[in-house]
Design a protein around this ligand. Structure first.
Ligand SMILES: Cc1ncc(C[n+]2csc(CCOP(=O)(O)OP(=O)(O)O)c2C)c(N)n1
Ligand SMILES: [Mg+2]
Length: 652
């Protein structure tokens, strides 16, 4: 139909105009994918541009974030709070239309994308949240949660390992609400995908357990509509639709070439493209009225959809007042009153226990009170102690289950947790050995960037883990995690610090928290003798102090090395020196303290300071100063003799 074509070309040209004006960006992807995006957004997507946060909206993920102009164009056209001026400010400093979509910045952007594969995997996390919430809250006559997770994925998304991991898990779990359109344009940056990407993608997804379809002509609106309709009918399988598109469609010389990928069309080529698509000459940012009206129908439609849902919610509140309260708690991320009433206080114990064990006990004390807390591990639950006792596994037969079995898929676990958190309603946690945090790093970074409440339980946090050898012994991992802005890393020294670490993680909804926990026992400190464990909230606090005004030496340690610091202090004291012992479970928390507090714990004038941590010394100099020393692991300890690897180093 002519109007449809006009609308599709409006998407193409607005996207190309945005890139042209910014003089950077990616016009080709939006131009190629415009038709499928149009069908999806005008014939299927249930959303309310007036309220981008309506909980039961369908989610749309643009996994190839480089095609961001496609998303901005759709948001503007359908009536989100994103003006034409915003489109004109594409890629400008502080604009609402950055180079890649950023969660929290632009209304309607459901998740940050750009690192290929992340959006794909985050969508699987959203689908997990959708099913869990549906299982927990829906009643036959009151359906509160019932929405799709739509996405567009590119060649790059499908090449990245994280999408393989996530697709495999989604197929296993039968997440039928996932419908992904594959922008099958045969082109990536270096040219034809023939140079590096030739497997049968449909067969691959079929083998993962997905329902697969293909559309031979990416401009055939009816064919696209039909396949999405079919996909919706497939209840128990995620859907993958390969749509043969043409990058840069409409551009006479750049279509089907990688030249359309990452640079503006250029003034002459964009004129030629306008002509080719029947667009007026010199018509940058032109939106035909009929096209605008067509897209804007989304507003009224969306308001009605949400209104209807609000009526359902109101009926639900009357019929199930208690559950309705819980629903609001979930959505607002509030913890129920008394959630911490069963949290243990661990008595002093010189033998103590591993902090991973304490963590497991704490998790199991709070989990019954916080049903929005759900998680699991990458096949290491017996080691990471992250199973919730008495709860089912989350499986296609038990979407109400709270124990997630991520399988050995750390990267997808990270990205999936991001999607779970971003979907709303849940607080996800995920566990593995600290050494394998490397396998999750890109997703952790995105969680931090997006300010998501995600909890990482990283156990076996030092060479103290035992006999596994250097492949399993983390060295630089704490430093690497601490280098990620807005990630709070906490390495508690004993059971009671672990309690406060969990409390902090549950209360911190501004960003992710990583807990670094021991495999081996650590003593539970007697807090009658030592400083109170809730000092953890301040990042560092005094455990013991011989001369509060003027200690001769400050020993600073984290986690399992705190006991070493305490023992060392004992010995040095015998020689008559006044020692202060500081437990420093979290740099980030300490750095947030007022200067006066920091000065109180680590007074500027006391230069004799030693930090002890069984990891890389990198960064510790900030706390010990130029005349202090760090006792750390400067090199990979030898395999079987790992325990003797800890050495003092002079860090001047
Ligand atoms: C993890 C990651 N690696 C590399 C890049 C850089 N990059 C951006 S787009 C792209 C590939 C483009 O090919 P495709 O995904 O098919 O998108 P199209 O060119 O078809 O729009 C690459 C390598 C990235 N964004 N993320
Ligand atoms: Mg491509």
């Amino acid at each position: 139909m002519e109007l449809d074509n006009l609308c599709v070309n409006t998407i193409r040209m607005l996207s190309a105009d945005g890139v042209e004006r910014a003089n950077s960006g990616h016009p080709g992807m939006p131009m190629g994918a415009a038709a499928m995006a149009y069908v999806l957004w005008t014939r299927f997507l249930r959303h309310n541009p007036t309220n981008p946060k309506w909980p039961d909206r369908d989610r749309f993920i643009l996994s190839p974030g480089h095609g961001s102009m496609l998303l901005y164009t759709l948001l503007h056209l359908t009536g989100y709070d994103l003006t034409l001026d915003d489109l004109k400010n594409f890629r400008q400093w502080k604009s609402k239309t950055p180079g890649h979509p950023e969660y929290g910045l632009t209304p309607g952007v459901e998740t940050t994308t750009g690192p290929l594969g992340q959006g794909f995997a985050a969508g699987i996390g959203m689908a997990i949240s959708e099913r869990y919430l549906a299982a927990r809250f829906n009643k036959p006559e009151h359906v509160l949660v019932d929405h799709y997770i739509y996405g567009i994925a590119s060649d790059g998304d499908l090449m990245e390992g994280v999408s393989h991991e996530a697709a495999s898990l989604a197929g296993h779990l039968g997440l039928g609400k996932v419908i992904y359109l594959y922008d099958d344009n045969h082109i990536s940056i270096e040219g034809s995908t023939d140079i590096a990407f030739t497997e049968n993608r449909l067969a691959r997804f079929k083998a993962y357990g997905w329902h697969v379809q293909k559309v031979d002509d990416g401009n055939d609106l009816n064919a696209i509509e039909k396949t999405i309709g079919e996909a919706q009918k497939k209840i128990g399988k995620p859907s993958f639709i390969a749509v043969r598109t043409h990058i840069g469609y409409g551009s006479p010389t750049k279509q089907d070439t990688s030249a359309a990928h990452g640079a503006p069309l250029g003034p002459e080529e964009i004129q030629r493209t306008r002509k080719n698509l029947g667009w007026p000459a010199d018509s940058a940012f032109f939106i035909p009225d009929e096209a605008c009206d067509q897209f804007r129908k989304a507003k009224e439609k969306g308001e009605k959809l949400e209104q209807k849902w609000l009526e359902t919610l109101s009926d639900y509140e009357k019929a199930y007042p208690e559950q309705a309260k819980e629903w609001h708690r979930f959505v607002n991320r509030n913890l129920p009153e008394g959630w911490d009433s069963d949290i243990p206080v661990f008595p002093p114990d010189s033998k103590g226990s591993a902090t991973r064990i304490s963590s497991g006990n704490i998790l199991n004390a709070i989990a019954p009170k916080i049903p929005s807390l759900i998680g699991g591990s990458a096949d290491l639950a017996p080691s990471t102690k992250t199973l919730i006792d008495g709860e089912d596994d989350f499986q296609s037969t038990h979407f109400e289950g709270r124990n997630l079995r991520f399988g050995v898929r750390e990267h997808a676990m990270g990205a999936i947790m991001n999607g779970m958190a971003i979907h709303g309603g849940l607080i996800p946690y995920g566990a593995t050995f600290l050494v394998f945090s490397d396998y999750m790093r890109p997703a952790i970074r995105l969680a931090a960037l997006s300010g998501l409440q995600v909890i990482y339980v990283f156990t076996h946090d030092s060479i103290g883990l035992g006999e596994d050898g250097p492949t399993h012994q983390p060295i630089e991992h704490l430093a690497a995690l601490r280098a990620i802005p807005n990630l709070t890393v906490i390495r508690p020294c004993d059971a009671n610090e672990t309690v406060h670490a969990w409390r902090l993680a549950l209360n911190n909804n501004k960003g992710p928290v990583a807990l670094a926990l021991t495999r081996q026992n650590v003593p539970t400190l007697d807090r009658e003798i030592f400083g109170a464990a809730d000092g953890l909230y301040r990042g560092a606090y005094i455990l013991s102090d011989d001369n509060a005004d003027n200690p001769d030496l400050i020993l600073i340690a984290s986690g399992s090395e705190v006991q070493i610091a305490i023992e060392a202090a004992q010995k040095i004291r015998e020689e008559g020196a006044a020692i202060r012992v500081v437990s420093m479970p979290s740099w980030e928390l300490f750095d947030q303290q007022p200067k006066a507090y920091r000065q109180q714990i680590l007074p500027e004038e006391i230069k004799a300071r030693v930090a002890i941590e069984a990891g890389s010394s990198q960064g510790w100099h900030r706390y010990v100063g130029s005349r202090g020393r760090v006792i750390a692991l400067e090199s990979q300890p030898p395999g079987m003799n790992g325990f003797v690897g800890i050495t003092g180093s002079d860090d001047r």
